[in-house]
Every structure is written in C-alpha cells, then in structure tokens.
Design a protein around this ligand. Structure first.
Ligand code: NAP
Length: 480
C-alpha cells in the first residue's frame, strides 16, 4: 500500500492537489484508514482537462499499431502484477482475493481486446445512387473524453473505457470513485510504463465529484462523457451534457430478473444463481435482484440455494478461504438491512442469513428470502448486497410482465431446457443482455450495456470502440 501512487496524474506528472487537500481511503473489512490520496478541486480538474486537450491532436495522429502495442504492453504488465493489484483492490474495496484476481484478469482482457481492435478501425468507400458522386467514410476519434467510474469493479470499469479510448485515439480525464482511487492510480502508472504519452490519460481523484466534473461537462472542451454508476447520477450528468451537446455513454443501474422455469435443470439454475447473486458480494449492476421461480420448483430451488449460500464463509477478503467480503460502506450495509426488514415486514420468510453481525467491518451474511411480496421495496431498488429475494409465478406471460415491470433493463437470466421458450423469452425480456442457463454474461468480447434507464451505448465487443469514434463523410463528385 505504501508504494502505490497517491497523487493526481496530470500531463504525465504525479501532482498534489493545488490546495494540498487529501482524502482518506479506508478498508471496508475493518473501517481502518489505509492511506490518504490527493483530493482534487475544480482547478485540478481544469488542469487535467487542459492536459488532455493539449495532447489530443498529436495522439490522434499516432499509428493504430503504436496505440495497439501500448495497450498490449499494459495488458502484459497488469497480468504480471496480478497479486499486487488484487491485494490493492481487496484492501480498498473488500472483495475476496480470489475475486480480485479474477477482476485483474477481466480488466486486463479489455486492453488485450482493444489492442486487437485498434488496428481494425475501418472506413468505407461507395458510389452514390446517382452514379456520379462518390463517398469516402473516415472514422475519427471523438476527442478529449471524461470517464467517471464507480467503486464496485475498481480496475475493470476503468480499463473498459480507457482501452477503447486509447485504441480510438482519444485523450481522457478519468475520475474514479473516492472509495477506490488506488486501483486507478496504479493503472495510470502501468500505462505510463507501457509508453502512453504524457497527457493522454489524466487521473483526478476527488471527494468533490460535482465541483470537479460539472465545469468540465459545461466547458465545451470535453467532447465525450463515458459514465458508469447509478441511474440517479447518470440523469444529472446527462442534463449537464445537454448544454454543450457532449456525446455520452451511460452504463447505469440494473434490477435483473432471474427466471427459473419448471423444466430448468436445477443444478444449473442454482449454480447460475450463486454466480448472478454472489459475484462481488451482490455489489454488481448485473446482480440478480428479483428471482422469479416457478411455483412447482420454488421449494426445492429455495432449499438448495439457501444451503449453498449458508455454507459461504464471510470475512475479510484478504483472509484465506473467505468467500464473501464486507460491503463497501455503512450506507451500503444499512440499505441492505432496511430492504430486508421491509420485505420481512411484508411477509417474506428468511431461509438463511437475514441479520448483520456485530463488530467492526461492513459485513452482511448471504441471505435468502422466500414468499417475497411484489410490493416490497427491494423489487424496485438495487439491493447491492448478498440477498436473494424469491417470488413465484405460474406461466410465461405472467413472469414476462413481472420481469419487465421496471424502469431498468440491463440484464436478465433465464433457466429452461426448452429451446423455443428460451428464444421467445430472451426476445421478449426488455434488457440489453440475457444469461441463458448461465449466471455470468460479462465478457470483454461481447457488447455490455442496457436498455431503458439502464443506459445508453455499449462497452466491449466489436462495437465498444464505436463509442469513441465519429464518422466523417467526404463527398467526391467524379467526372464533371
Ligand atoms: P454513483 O454513486 O452513481 O457514483 C458513480 C461515480 O459517479 C462515482 O465516481 C461518483 O463519485 C460519481 N458521481 C456521483 N455524483 C456525481 C456528480 N454529481 N457529478 C459527477 N460525478 C458524480 O454509483 P456507485 O455507488 O459508485 O456505483 C454503484 C452503481 O453503479 C450501481 O447503480 C450500479 O448498478 C452501477 N454500475 C453500473 C454498471 C454498468 O455497467 N451498467 C457497472 C458497475 C456499476 P462520488 O462517489 O464522489 O460521488
């Protein structure tokens, strides 16, 4: 921890905040302060923006191969430091070390993927219908970008944006979440080591997000915002972007339905539920939030899930053998507690877990609730904790209506052995991604994103780079 960078990274230099301010970073497993990092104010934000704007033109002229190789080197460095980065992430965020190692690999993979995409940016040429005019299509970088990321995947939410921005030839200012600044600062150091020119990536850690970000969005020099976080904050930022018509990509909250039909393979469904619910302690936008289980199998599914959840070991993420780390902060834990209390008051039965332990750390036990009432608050709120809420249904139309009865539409999970039904339900679910007999959809090679109030645009996959490119059309009359 002591040698991890703790200053702002602006124009290739490590700097203190202009007013010397710092902010604490704590360990969610104990509440102890790990270290302090620079706490940027609006002046620092402007300085970072100026560095990004100054670097843009030359960066856009670099060859795709050069950008590709920087990403490839950074990918190799990240993998070679897996243990170190995983420990840093677990210390500031809480997830068990094994999951943190998994995230390091996932995060690095975005750099490998976009190192391969950087050299495949295509354009086009065509004859227009009149036969006399030609059209040349170029793809150009959008320009300086602002990237704002959440705390739940401290490394991967950064690489998922930085990778395509570098590949496309954009410069950027990254503002990570204040709970987990260390992973982003470490990433900046790695990219510099991999040869990223000064000013292409600038990292501004701050406890004053609104004061730093708003002037950049309203200032007219940032051309793109890529945001991952809650829908509530996404709406505020979209409004700020409207003034100067800043292009946006929005990866927002979810409220994923997890549907188990009567013909599902229950072994597969329970495995899927463990993944969709317990990855990252339930602190994932993709976390299954509402389990709809066919009446004929709910008892068996509930009992099996409760047994698996109850066997998980809760404790500090750095301790060997721990499956479930602490939640990020007291507010996060209090929210989970109040959602469970509300569901129980409305008649839910607790199959396992259900109350927070005494003592330090923000731990909450894996919990399964059954007979959950459809008016419970957790039906319309991201639980963001290790709580599975089970409801029942009797037919396909009914469950589709219930699953789609939400403002969100990030991901849905469907468990059935009937191919017709699998395709029908996948088409009718109002989501951007479907896990069909699986509880994991995230993959750097696939387009990640949601519909409705879960977001705009896609990250990863072949289309991920498009978010950072503009088309330019050149009209060419021929044979006048
Ligand atoms: P959040 O409160 O919306 O914060 C996200 C980021 O926005 C943080 O860096 C935060 O900094 C910043 N922020 C907050 N208010 C701001 C403002 N007025 N101006 C500028 N920046 C502002 O979300 P979170 O609690 O960190 O993360 C959890 C949420 O992210 C969940 O809703 C989850 O579903 C969503 N998420 C979505 C995806 C996806 O791909 N769709 C992936 C992961 C997470 P401060 O904390 O300092 O305010």
């Amino acid at each position: 921890m002591t040698d991890a960078p703790k200053q702002l990274f602006i124009g290739g230099k490590w700097l203190d905040a202009e007013d010397g301010a710092t902010m604490p970073v704590d360990d969610p497993a104990t509440g102890d302060i790990l270290c302090h990092v620079a706490d940027a104010g609006p002046e620092d934000g402007r300085l970072a923006e100026t560095a990004a704007v100054a670097a843009q033109e030359e960066w856009a002229r670099t060859s795709p191969r050069e950008r590709s190789e920087i990403l490839r080197r950074a990918y190799e460095i990240i993998l070679s430091r897996t243990d170190e980065l995983a420990l840093l992430m677990t210390s500031e965020m809480g997830k068990p070390l094994a999951e943190a190692r998994g995230e390091v690999a996932y995060a690095a993979e975005f750099f490998r993927w976009f190192s391969e995409e950087a050299v495949r940016i295509d354009g086009g040429f065509g004859t227009l219908p009149d036969g006399r005019n030609r059209m040349l299509l170029m793809r150009r970088p959008v320009g300086p970008c602002l990237l704002v990321t959440p705390w739940n995947f401290p490394l991967a939410m950064g690489t998922r944006k930085i990778g395509p921005a570098i590949a496309a030839g954009c410069t950027m200012v990254l503002k990570p979440a204040p709970q987990t600044p260390l992973s982003s600062l470490a990433l900046a150091g790695i990219l510099a080591e991999a040869g990223l020119p000064d000013g292409v990536l600038n990292v501004v850690t701050t406890s004053r997000a609104g004061e730093v970000v708003e002037p950049l969005l309203r200032g007219g020099r940032i051309r793109k915002l890529s945001f991952t976080g809650s829908t509530q904050v996404g709406r505020i930022l979209l409004a700020q972007c409207a003034g100067t018509v800043v292009r946006t990509s929005m990866e927002l909250g979810g409220n994923a339905p997890f549907v188990v039909f009567e013909d599902a393979d229950l072994d597969v469904a329970v495995d899927g539920a463990m993944m969709a619910k317990m990855r990252n302690m339930g602190e994932a936008c993709t976390a299954a939030n509402r389990f709809f289980v066919h009446t004929s199998v709910v008892e068996e599914f509930g009992a099996r899930l409760a047994e698996r959840m109850g066997a998980l070991v809760v404790g500090p993420g750095t301790r060997p053998g721990v499956d479930v780390g602490p939640l990020i902060d007291e507010a996060g834990r209090a929210k989970v507690e109040s959602l469970v209390a509300d569901a129980v008051e409305r008649g839910a039965r607790v199959l396992v877990g259900g109350s927070a332990p005494e003592g330090p750390g923000r731990f909450y036990p894996p919990t399964v609730l059954t007979d959950v009432d459809r008016d419970s608050r957790l039906m319309g709120t991201e639980i963001f904790g290790p709580v599975a809420a089970l409801l029942t249904f009797d037919d396909e139309d009914e469950v589709l209506r219930a699953a789609n009865d939400t403002d969100w539409g990030l991901v849905g999970y469907v468990f059935t052995r009937d191919l017709d039904r699998a395709l029908r339900v996948s088409e009718r679910l109002e989501v951007g991604m479907v896990g069909l007999n699986t509880g994991l959809v995230s993959n750097p090679a696939a387009p990640f994103g949601g519909v409705k109030q879960s977001g705009l645009g896609r990250e990863g996959g072949r289309v991920g780079i498009d978010e950072f490119l503009e088309y330019k059309y050149v009209a060419i009359p021929v044979g006048r």
